[in-house]
Design a protein around this ligand. Structure first.
Ligand code: ZN
Length: 198
């Protein structure tokens, strides 16, 4: 328990009701043993859970996105894309990480469901920005995977859409270290605050 307390204390970030915590694609296929494993992705699950708990306690909205690809999605190698097949809807790999604990009232966003649409960003044609505005959300805190793909795309979109945007480095992981470094530079240049320390 002492360890859990330490995690909680370290991760409190002062969330409030007008905030949203966006948990990006924390799915089995991006974690250990998955089809597109993001190194060390599993390590962030307890940290994300602590943040989710804080968000829920403060009345902040929790949003969880999932890649729900058709088997012939354009991002897959076989169809000219960058990635091995992953998160195909209806498969176990598309499930959220089994240890991720989401509260009642969490909002779920499905993305990349159409073969011809990349949709790396959780804001790309999902209606999420409108929903956040309807709920008077002002700040978004983004966690999840992968840092240089869907986290980056979502964070840059969030800024563009007018939200005060933070990415918590302790609660995201990149596919490659260089990818993560470049992503953080790009996000900062776009106006995202990257919170470095836990
Ligand atoms: Zn994908």
């Amino acid at each position: 328990m002492a360890h859990e307390d330490a995690v909680m204390t370290r991760q409190k970030i002062g969330l409030r009701m007008s905030d949203a915590l966006l948990v990006v694609d924390l799915q089995r296929d991006f974690c250990a043993g998955g089809k597109l494993e993001v190194p060390h992705a599993d390590e962030i699950v307890p940290i994300v859970n602590a943040l989710v708990e804080e968000a829920h306690a403060r009345g902040a909205l929790v949003v969880a996105s999932r890649d729900l690809h058709p088997p012939d999605h354009q991002s897959f190698h076989a169809f000219g894309g960058r990635w091995p097949q992953h998160c195909v809807r209806g498969t176990r790999g598309a499930d959220l990480h089994p240890d991720l604990k989401l509260p009642e009232g969490a909002l779920f966003v499905a993305k990349a469901r159409r073969a011809e649409r990349e949709q790396a960003s959780v804001f790309d044609a999902t209606g999420l920005a409108e929903e956040l505005r309807r709920r008077a959300v002002e700040r978004v805190f983004i966690v999840g995977v992968a840092e240089e793909v869907c986290v980056k795309a979502s964070a840059i979109d969030a800024v563009r859409l007018g939200f005060v945007t933070h990415v918590l480095r302790a609660a995201t992981r990149p596919v490659t270290p260089e990818g993560g470094e470049n992503a953080r530079a790009e996000m900062r240049a776009a106006g995202v605050t990257v919170i470095e320390a836990p």
